[in-house]
Design a protein around this ligand. Sequence first.
Ligand code: T5A
Length: 202
Amino acid sequence: MGKRGLFITFEGTEGSGKTTQAELLGEWLTKRDPVVVREPGGTELGEQIRDVLLYKGLEIDPEAEMYLFMASRRQLIAEVIAPALAARNIVIADRYHDSTLAYQGGARGLPTVWPPTFPRPDITFWLDGPVEAGLSRHAEAGKSKDRMERESIEFHRKVAEAYEKLAAAEPKRFVRLDATGSRDKIHFEVRDRLEPLLQGID
Ligand code: T5A
């Protein structure tokens, strides 16, 4: 029996299906009353930072951008994630600190750290698929592009490469999922990988 709940994160490039999978997992675990959060956002401050970061059309210095993502995350940890884990709940996060390591670290080239006060996920599902496919899923869904999505294809390829490196460095935590599979296929893989961990918190 662990001392805290279970912390599950979903990571990957744009349109790879993180939100879809986080929601399907939340529904599957509904009897366990999981806490499902998204980044940036999930708190009042976080939603305002999300707006500033993605939709205000502002020029933002890369390092300032990194701290804004991290400020949103810290607020989410303080208000939601840490209390939920301390109460032994399941937390499902649609993006978390690996996004900063991949986007601001890998793609923007900034030096990054994992702050000691940011809880480490128990398991991270990495939805890996062609960058172009994810971006075109967005276009098909009719979503308008946010500030990050307007970055070049090279930028998004660097993000994908960064995820590969992160996953290689922590093979026990990262589970690679083929993002080109069907929603259900991916969801069943997620369930399979979680079963043993869920037994640990019963
Ligand atoms: N960012 C974020 C940073 O730079 N640093 C950070 O620290 C953080 C936290 C966030 C942006 O900010 C950046 C990354 C992002 O650029 P966002 O709106 O949260 O912005 O963007 P995304 O996280 O990319 O979320 P999206 O909603 O855009 O993509 P998802 O969640 O990966 O994909 P999803 O599930 O919404 O699916 C996209 C479309 O594909 C369909 C869905 O129905 C939807 O239409 N779909 C599938 N189609 C076929 N087969 C499947 N298996 C499918 N799964 C989903």
